[in-house]
Design a protein around this ligand. Structure first.
Ligand code: AMP
Ligand code: GLY
Length: 416
């Protein structure tokens, strides 16, 4: 029997831990640092996701067979490099390979070099040059900070004033740290998330999902980490998925091998279906959150066997359950701005769907809010509408005045 360590503390890691707990090969799961929900399935250990020395020491001392990385911060801290040095098995890319997420400029260069469809772009490090370029171009202007900015480094500006303010913010005020910006063409079409397990040139595609980034119904309000997701995505045909696989994911995986940066882990394509076919909005080097919470419950295959196949570079065929899965995030009022913490959440015992904890704390037998995105309620059904109805009914059973959620998750796919 095998021991696994999962790194991270959100809903994504809760879903990974749950999927691993279904594996007949796994009998012990550790999670660093984990959260109040994860502690029901795994032993939570108090090590931070960027403390790579302590993580490697823990894995070695506890004879962990495989470590699975959740957040990008751990990848950027070099956790996979460190584990490799110590001969420890880990599912997650090296710091160099993870630049496909951490540097937008590197991602764009890779796409240019390997002919991967994406928006045309220019890179700037001087405010004057950037503003001069943007003000002569059509709106909306798409302005991206070149580096990790916790999902907040992208501005789609509808006016020149907004564009100028974004450029000032990123290049003059250095609110994200000293960096550069990528200015790119605006693309339009439905967006979808295509996560693939990648092992060097081998690619094992996961089911397609769709995330909802805006805070409020009707895709209004500020961008967030994601307010809900569902899978399958009926308007993304198998043909479009296959095109994305052949023209986007495989060339990037093979390209990273050619660049001497072979990738092991999840290559996440944030894609948009334009009139010219699927194009790349962004890459992530890890599982998406909240997409993971709706994709992994659909996986019929043993995820431990899948992770191992990837680490060893072996073939693997993933099997899927036919059910539709839809999840809605409960967030603290005020998120993605400032919000209160420590509010008691009642009624969770009456919920029939799965609940993945994103930002909670346990105290004296109660579950408290402890983050912006607090939890995700995820339901299954014969179709997406049935799944959503179950989730909405469950959310009505949850009693906490300081939470809000969207009621229209899946609206592009659910006709009713
Ligand atoms: P990102 O963090 O790169 O995923 O961008 C956040 C959001 O900004 C995306 O989900 C899109 O809705 C939007 N976005 C980013 N790039 C573009 C683009 N080139 N054209 C249109 N929308 C974009
Ligand atoms: N759901 C988008 C992300 O994980 O970045």
């Amino acid at each position: 029997m095998k021991k696994v360590l999962v790194i991270g503390s959100g809903g994504r890691e809760h879903a990974i831990v749950e999927a691993l707990s279904r594996s007949p090969q796994v009998d012990k799961i550790y999670c660093a640092p984990g959260n109040a929900g994860i502690s029901a399935l795994a032993e939570c250990v108090g090590i931070g996701v960027e403390d790579v020395d302590a993580l490697a020491r823990f894995a070695a001392e506890n004879a962990v067979d495989l470590t699975v990385v959740g957040p990008e911060a751990a990848l950027a801290a070099g956790v996979a490099d460190r584990f490799a040095e110590d001969g420890l098995r880990i599912f997650g890319p090296t710091k160099g390979a993870a630049r496909i997420e951490s540097s937008k400029e590197f991602a764009k260069e890779m796409m240019d070099k390997y002919n991967v469809p994406t928006a045309a772009y220019r890179v700037f490090d001087e405010f004057g040059d950037a503003w001069d370029y943007v003000r002569k171009r059509p709106l909306p202007a798409v302005i991206k900070y070149d580096g990790l900015a916790a999902g907040k480094g992208v501005v789609v500006a509808a006016t020149y004033d907004e564009a100028e303010a974004a450029l000032r913010d990123m290049l003059l005020d250095a609110s994200f740290g000293k960096g550069r910006v990528v200015v790119e063409d605006f693309l339009s079409g439905p967006e979808f998330s295509f996560m693939c397990v990648v092992s060097g040139e081998k690619v094992y595609p996961l089911a397609v999902a769709q995330d909802h980034k805006r805070a409020f119904d009707g895709d209004k309000g500020p961008n967030t980490g994601g307010m809900g997701a569902y899978s399958p995505v009926p308007f993304i045909s198998d043909a479009v998925r296959d095109e994305a696989l052949e023209r986007i994911i495989r060339p990037v995986a093979a390209g990273l091998v050619k660049e001497g940066l072979p990738f092991t882990g999840i290559l996440y394509g944030g894609l948009i279906l334009t009139e010219e076919g699927p194009k790349v909005i962004e890459f992530n080097a890890r599982f998406g959150d909240p997409e993971t919470e709706v994709v992994l419950p659909r996986m019929k295959s043993d995820i431990y066997a899948l992770f191992n196949a990837a680490v060893d570079g072996e073939d693997f065929e993933i099997e899927w359950n036919p059910e539709a899965v839809l999840g809605i995030v409960l967030a603290s009022k005020g998120y993605p701005g400032s919000y209160a913490k420590g509010e008691v959440i009642k009624g969770l015992d009456k919920v029939e769907s799965s609940v993945y904890h994103m930002g909670t704390a346990a105290k004296d037998g109660s579950i408290l809010t402890a983050g912006g995105r607090v939890m995700m309620v995820v339901g299954k059904g014969a179709d997406l509408k049935e799944a959503r109805d179950k989730v909405l009914a469950d959310i009505a059973r949850i009693d906490c005045a300081s939470l809000f959620s969207r009621s229209d998750i899946g609206y592009q796919a659910i006709k009713s």
